[in-house]
Design a protein around this ligand. Structure first.
Ligand SMILES: [Zn+2]
Ligand SMILES: [Zn+2]
Length: 511
C-alpha cells in the first residue's frame, strides 16, 4: 500500500502498525497541508488517514475520505490506491450496518483483487487479510457466526507476518467475541489472551473482552487481576473510546460484588455512560442499559418493591429508542420480549401477550427468522405456564419466584452477551424510515399498499392486522373489534385456543 520514499509516510505507517494512532494522525495531517509533496504521496497520506479513521470508529468521516481518494486514484490511474479506498469504503458502510451499500463495493474490491499487481508478497497478504475480515463482518451481520469464525481465522493466518499488528489483533479479538457469543468461554479466553500478547498499543478494548469472558466463567479473581492491569494503563495516553471501556469494565467488576454500595457505584457508572456518553461506543451503551435493568431486577428480588418496575421502564424505552435509531431490529424485537416478561411480573398477562405478538411481528417483518423461532417458543412457554402464573398471583408470590418463572435473568444475560455477531440486522429499504411514512403500530415497519386503519386512527399493516384478527381481534388502542364478523377474544384462559383455531381456519378459506 505505501510504496513511498517519503520518510514521514514510512514513519506514520510504522506508528499506525504499533497502534500509536494519534501520533500517526498528526504526521499525516501535517503532510496533507504541504504543497511540496507529489500527488502520489498525497494519496498515500489520505489512505493512511482513512484507515486510521476506520480504526477509531469514525466511519462517516472515513466514507467521505474514501470517496475522495477513489476519485483521485482514478484520475492518477492508480489501481492499487483505488482498491485500498474501496476496502475502506466497504468496511465503513458495513460497520455502520449499511449492508446494501457495503456489499457491492466489497464485491467490486474482491474482483479487482484478482487482477491486482502488487510488488511485494507481504503487501498482497495484508490487503487480502483486510478484505477477508470485511467479508467476515458482513456475514456476521447476517448471523452466520461459524462462517464469521472461519473467515477471521483465514484473515489471521494471512496477517501473521505483517508489521501492521492491528491486522492480527483485530482478528483475535473478533474470534474471542464470537466464541463468547457461542458460550464457548475457554476458547473465548484463549483468543483474548493471545490478543493481549500482540505488541499493539491500544490494549484496553482487548482487556475488556478478556474481563468479560472471565466474568462469564465466574472467575472474579482473574477478572480483577486484568482490571488492575487496565487501571495501570489508564494513566498513559487514553482516548475517549478507551475511557468508556475502562469505566464500563470497572462497573462490570463492581456489579459482581455482594455489597449493595458497590452495586450502587456500578449503577452510577452505567448511568454516566448512558446519559453523558451514549454516542461513543454503540455496544457499551447498549450493554450498560441492559446492565442497569439487570441490577434493578436484583434489587426487585431482594426488596419486593413494585415501584422498581416503573423505574426499569424508562430504561426499556431508551433501549427501544436506541435500537430503532440504530436499525438493530434483532435487539429491537428482543426488547419487546423483555417488556413482555416485565408485564408478567405484575401478572398483566394481556399486556405480556401483546408485547410477545409485537416481538414476533417485528422479527417476521424484518426477516429475522432465527429470532422469530425463539419468540414463538416463548409464546408457547407462556401458554403452558398460564396456570402457574395464576397460582403465583393468587398467593401473591414474592418477586424472586416471578422473575424465575419469567426467566428474566436468562434473557438479559443473552442480550448482554451478544455483540458484533448480530449487532444489527438491517433490511435496507427500511433504513430510510422517515416521519412522513406510515408506520404500523405493531411491527413498526412501513405500511405499504394494504393496511387497516381503525376508527380511532390506529394504523396496522396488512400482515399485523391479519395476525391480530386471528388472535384477539381488537384494536390495541381503543379495543374495538377489527373484524366485526369475527369473535373478540381477549386473553382469558379458558377456551382461547379453540376460538383461535376457528378463526384461523376461516381466514385460510377466505384467502
Ligand atoms: Zn405491522
Ligand atoms: Zn382503534
Amino acid at each position: 500500500m505505501f510504496d513511498s520514499e517519503l520518510k514521514e509516510i514510512i514513519h506514520a505507517k510504522e506508528l499506525t502498525g504499533e497502534g500509536k494512532l494519534s501520533e500517526a494522525l498528526k504526521i499525516v495531517s501535517a503532510l496533507e497541508k504541504r504543497s511540496d509533496i507529489s500527488n502520489h504521496d498525497l494519496l498515500l497520506c489520505k489512505l493512511l488517514k482513512g484507515r486510521i479513521l476506520c480504526r477509531t470508529l469514525q466511519y462517516l468521516e472515513a466514507i467521505n475520505y474514501a470517496n475522495h481518494i477513489l476519485q483521485e486514484s482514478q484520475k492518477q490511474g492508480d489501481s492499487i490506491s483505488y482498491f485500498d479506498a474501496l476496502l475502506i469504503l466497504a468496511h465503513s458502510y458495513i460497520m455502520k450496518g449499511n449492508l446494501s451499500q457495503g456489499e457491492p463495493i466489497l464485491i467490486q474490491a474482491e474482483e479487482l483483487f484478482e487482477k491486482l499487481e502488487v510488488a511485494s508478497e507481504i503487501d498482497l497478504r495484508e490487503k487480502q487479510s483486510y478484505m477477508v475480515r470485511i467479508r467476515a463482518n458482513l456475514v456476521a451481520f447476517k448471523g452466520e457466526t461459524r462462517l464469521y469464525i472461519k473467515l477471521n481465522e483465514r484473515a489471521l493466518e494471512l496477517a501473521k507476518d505483517s508489521e501492521d499488528k492491528f491486522l492480527k489483533v483485530v482478528c483475535l479479538a473478533n474470534l474471542s467475541e464470537a466464541y463468547l457469543f457461542l458460550r464457548e468461554y475457554d476458547k473465548a479466553m484463549d483468543y483474548a489472551k493471545r490478543a493481549i500478547e500482540v505488541p499493539y498499543l491500544r490494549v484496553i478494548g482487548r482487556l475488556c473482552i478478556l474481563i468479560e469472558s472471565l466474568l462469564c466463567k465466574n472467575d472474579i479473581v482473574n477478572a480483577k487481576f486484568y482490571f488492575q492491569k487496565m487501571s495501570d494503563l489508564r494513566d498513559k495516553d487514553i482516548s475517549e473510546v478507551d475511557d468508556i471501556t475502562y469505566r464500563y469494565s470497572k462497573a462490570l467488576i463492581l456489579k459482581t460484588s455482594l455489597r449493595a454500595k458497590d452495586r450502587v457505584k456500578a449503577e452510577e457508572i452505567f448511568k454516566y455512560i448512558i446519559e453523558e456518553r451514549e454516542n461513543v461506543n454503540f455496544q457499551i451503551t447498549m450493554k450498560s442499559l441492559l446492565s442497569i435493568c439487570g441490577l434493578l431486577l436484583i434489587e426487585l428480588r431482594f426488596t419486593n418493591d413494585i415501584d422498581i418496575i416503573s423505574e426499569i421502564k424508562p430504561y426499556i424505552a431508551k433501549l427501544l429508542n436506541f435500537f430503532e435509531r440504530q436499525q438493530s431490529y434483532w435487539f429491537f424485537a428482543e426488547t419487546y420480549l423483555l417488556q413482555a416478561k416485565l408485564s408478567l411480573l405484575t401478572f398483566n398477562i394481556k399486556e405480556a401477550r401483546r408485547f410477545l405478538i409485537q416481538a414476533q411481528q417485528i422479527a417476521e417483518r424484518f426477516e429475522i427468522s432465527q429470532l422469530a423461532i425463539i419468540i414463538s417458543k416463548e409464546n408457547e412457554d407462556l401458554l403452558k405456564k398460564l396456570d402457574s402464573w395464576e397460582n403465583l398471583m393468587e398467593i401473591e408470590a414474592p418477586m424472586a419466584e416471578r422473575i424465575e418463572l419469567a426467566r428474566l435473568d436468562e434473557l438479559i444475560e443473552t442480550m448482554t452477551q451478544k455483540r458484533i455477531v448480530i449487532t444489527s440486522q438491517v433490511i435496507e429499504e427500511r433504513v430510510t424510515i422517515t416521519k412522513e411514512k406510515k408506520i404500523c403500530l405493531v411491527c413498526k415497519g412501513e405500511v405499504l399498499k394494504f393496511s387497516y386503519i381503525c376508527e380511532c386512527g390506529a394504523l396496522y399493516c396488512d400482515n399485523c392486522a391479519r395476525a391480530l384478527t386471528n388472535l384477539e381481534n381488537v384494536c390495541w388502542v381503543c379495543e374495538i373489534p377489527i373484524d366485526p364478523l369475527k369473535p373478540v377474544k381477549l386473553y382469558t384462559k379458558d377456551g382461547e385456543e379453540n376460538i383461535i383455531e376457528n378463526t384461523k381456519r376461516k381466514k385460510k378459506g377466505s384467502k
